[in-house]
Design a protein around this ligand. Structure first.
Ligand SMILES: Cc1cc2nc3c(=O)[nH]c(=O)nc-3n(C[C@H](O)[C@H](O)[C@H](O)COP(=O)(O)OP(=O)(O)OC[C@H]3O[C@@H](n4cnc5c(N)ncnc54)[C@H](O)[C@@H]3O)c2cc1C
Length: 549
């Protein structure tokens, strides 16, 4: 923490010291004042030294003579992920001229859940959200009260407006369907409020999801221009105001002059291990796989550019989003054993806790969920009192759970080797590759706990204990991946990036994972899909704030 505070203070000191210097002069001054020794080493509390971060020294400004083209727009958006395309779509709809610069060859998207508090689609389906204050209280609690409460309220108060706007704008082209999948445990409760968004409007080749594709095309219809394969390199700052962006295209540097503002929508930091080390929960370095696509795009570029312009990162470490998407993609709440055949946890918990427990096991990459022929009846009984992602269907659109989707997932996993099935427990142990003696003892013990009606081993709720007696027996292999580390530049509730003394930097906004303060401690699944839901809300609100003043 001391290291990060020094880093942040360094940038603040640099910006303050800048005075009448030019923007890039100020950034150079920033590095000189950033708490480093003469030899360029970062000084930690207690006198220990660490080599400075690679972004401590901002890049040299691009000379005017090296600019091959200048583009002018009211708003320049950096990044065409979900927050960026939402901002582009809303701003262009409101009449602003918009230029979007994107590092990759197409907009990016992933996953399938989009949260909103009480959308009209939910109301129409008779799904009523829990009270606002209850959800915000959970959000704050899961974040150890280190997140910004005003940002939690921004989501709660504006997200339905954004979802309903997209619903109205897209007409028949998108179907916005609220889903029932949520974990309802005693210690951790996921509220309903997430949706799937389906439509013909999707580019499967480049894996562009329907809402991102729709808003991209709508923004273009409204006159917005997208510049692909044009990674932004630095912001232009004049007298403390951000006035544009320099991006590097294949034919050279391009200047994007922003008449009103620049929005940083560049995504998260988890593609850059140095950024994780500097600003993230160290847990982000642990998963064997980073599932973010397009790989290599999420290197915290917006965060770095924002800091060079005088901004600072959020106060607390950026948390991890780690889900059980590897291997089978399903694990229910049955008995879990590790690669040695040993039970290791109370399986009645939410997905990030399960991910962390698995990572703590030998090998750290996967575990097995073990059950018998009665699984359909057992799962059906568990869904109303537990459930959630990787237990329930990923996107259940019907009030009742049916085994159809899970059966398909299991059949696919049996084919791909991510699940095994056997008529005896000995054969199952062999197929799993676990120690037979350990495994058989665990199953025997688990069955005894079921018979006694009490889990004296890990204290899972008695109603979730099941028997493993009736062949055929199954074991599903499941494991965690890092999805993102959602956090970045400190912003206020108008989504303006905050600089010296937490005052907004004129002309600079940050949205989605490039912005900070939404989350801390852990990515809180208080509503599934809240990272997408808030990214959309932030993009929409930032666009309105800039256009309407
Ligand atoms: C497999 C997977 C599944 C997921 N599923 C869900 C889900 O169901 N629900 C949910 O809420 N969240 C989900 N997430 C997380 C979610 O995708 C992200 O948190 C969210 O998309 C972030 O949106 P964003 O707009 O902030 O950033 P991104 O979507 O990451 O977009 C950032 C864009 O900026 C571009 N960019 C970066 N640097 C530059 C630069 N220098 N110049 C120009 N452009 C740049 C990138 O190329 C990218 O296109 C999932 C993540 C993964 C990996």
């Amino acid at each position: 923490m001391a290291k990060k505070e020094l880093t942040r203070r360094g940038f603040l000191t640099g910006a303050a010291a800048a005075g009448a210097l030019t923007a890039f002069g100020a950034m150079t001054g920033c590095a000189a004042n950033s708490g480093t020794t003469d030899s360029g080493q970062k000084v930690e509390q207690g006198g220990e030294a660490k080599t400075g971060w690679s972004w401590d020294t901002p890049p040299e400004p691009v000379a005017d003579g090296d600019i091959v083209e200048t583009v002018e727009a009211d708003i320049v958006i950096v990044g065409a992920g979900i927050s960026g395309v939402t901002a582009a779509c809303r701003a262009s709809e409101l009449g602003a001229s918009v230029a979007v610069v994107e590092k990759m060859s197409f907009p990016s998207s992933r996953g399938g859940h989009y949260a909103a508090y009480q959308s009209k689609a939910m109301t129409a389906a008779g799904m009523m959200n829990d009270p606002k204050d209850q959800i915000v209280a959970d959000w704050l609690r899961f974040s150890g009260d280190r997140n910004k409460e005003e940002l939690a309220w921004l989501f709660i108060n504006r997200s339905s407006e954004v979802m309903d706007w997209l619903d109205d704008l897209s007409g028949d082209e998108l179907s916005i369907i609220p889903i029932y999948t949520h974990y309802a445990g005693p210690q951790y409760y996921e509220h309903i409020g997430t949706h799937v968004i389906r439509g013909e409007f999707a580019d499967n080749e480049n894996k562009i999801n329907a809402p991102v594709y729709f808003m991209w095309k709508k923004a273009e219809e409204n006159g917005a221009t997208f510049y692909f394969d044009a990674p932004a390199q630095q912001l232009l700052v004049e007298d403390g105001k951000v006035t544009g962006v320099i991006a590097e295209a294949s034919d050279g540097y391009k200047k994007f002059a922003a008449r009103k503002a620049v929005i940083l929508a560049t995504g998260d930091i988890s593609g850059d291990t140095e950024m994780i080390e500097a600003y993230g929960d160290p847990l982000g370095l642990k998963p064997a796989v980073n599932a973010y696509t397009p790989a290599g795009a999420n290197t915290g570029d917006g965060q770095k550019m924002g800091m060079w312009a005088g901004g600072h990162m959020q106060e607390y470490p950026v948390p991890t989003m780690i889900h059980l998407i590897r291997y089978c993609g399903l694990c229910f709440g049955f008995m879990y054993v590790n690669t040695e055949g040993k039970r290791f946890m109370n399986e009645d918990t939410w997905i990030q806790a399960k991910s962390i427990r698995v990572m703590e096991q030998p090998g750290g990459e996967y575990a097995w969920s073990v059950f018998d022929a009665n699984w359909q009846k057992d799962v059906a009984a568990s869904i109303p009192i537990a459930g959630g992602q990787f237990w329930d269907d990923m996107s259940r659109t019907t009030a009742e759970w049916t085994p159809d989707s899970a059966t398909k997932v299991i059949e696919g996993a049996l084919e791909s080797g991510n699940a095994v099935k056997a008529d005896t427990l000995e054969e199952l142990a062999a197929a799993m590759g676990v120690d037979e003696k350990t495994f058989l003892a665990e199953v025997e013990n688990y069955n005894a706990l079921y018979a006694a009606g009490e889990d004296t081993q890990f204290h899972k709720r008695a109603e979730l204990l099941t028997e493993i007696k009736q062949p055929p027996f199954y074991a599903l292999k499941f494991g965690p991946s890092l999805l993102a580390m959602p956090g970045g530049l400190d912003v206020n509730e108008r989504l303006q990036v905050l600089g010296e003394d937490d005052e907004p930097i004129e002309g600079l906004y940050a949205v989605g994972n490039a912005s900070g303060g939404r989350y801390a401690v852990d990515y809180p699944v208080f509503i599934n899909g809240n990272s997408h839901g808030s990214a959309m809300t932030w993009g929409y609100v930032a666009a309105e704030n800039i256009v309407n003043g």
